[in-house]
Design a protein. Structure first.
Length: 101
């Protein structure tokens, strides 16, 4: 629960208009920071030459009974394996900060 305190209230007549200027100080608690784990791949550091060679070397076996759905699944599995080889998922813990109002 956030606690808020208002203090140092001052009312001033600056004679600039028919309004008064009100100043004050607000003390609020900082929000709690949390930790969360995120996963990502470092795609920027891919060795394009090595990935290209691996792509040329693979052959996806097609059978006459394959449907378009099964072929897509085979391609996805094969490409995911290559991606895992060249840019493996890595997990890291970061501080989750809320933006200040």
């Amino acid at each position: 629960m956030m606690m808020t305190s208002i203090y140092g209230i001052q009312v001033a007549d600056k004679a600039l208009s028919d309004h008064f200027m009100i100043t004050f100080t607000i003390a609020i608690d900082r929000p709690k920071v949390g930790k969360k784990t995120v996963t990502s791949r470092n795609i920027k550091q891919l060795d394009h030459e090595e990935l290209s060679n691996d792509l040329k070397a693979i052959a996806i076996e097609n059978s006459p009974n394959d449907t378009s759905t099964s072929l897509v699944e085979k391609y996805n599995v094969t490409l995911e394996k290559l991606l895992e080889k060249h840019a493996p998922l890595r997990a890291r813990t970061i501080t989750d900060r809320t933006s200040a109002p």
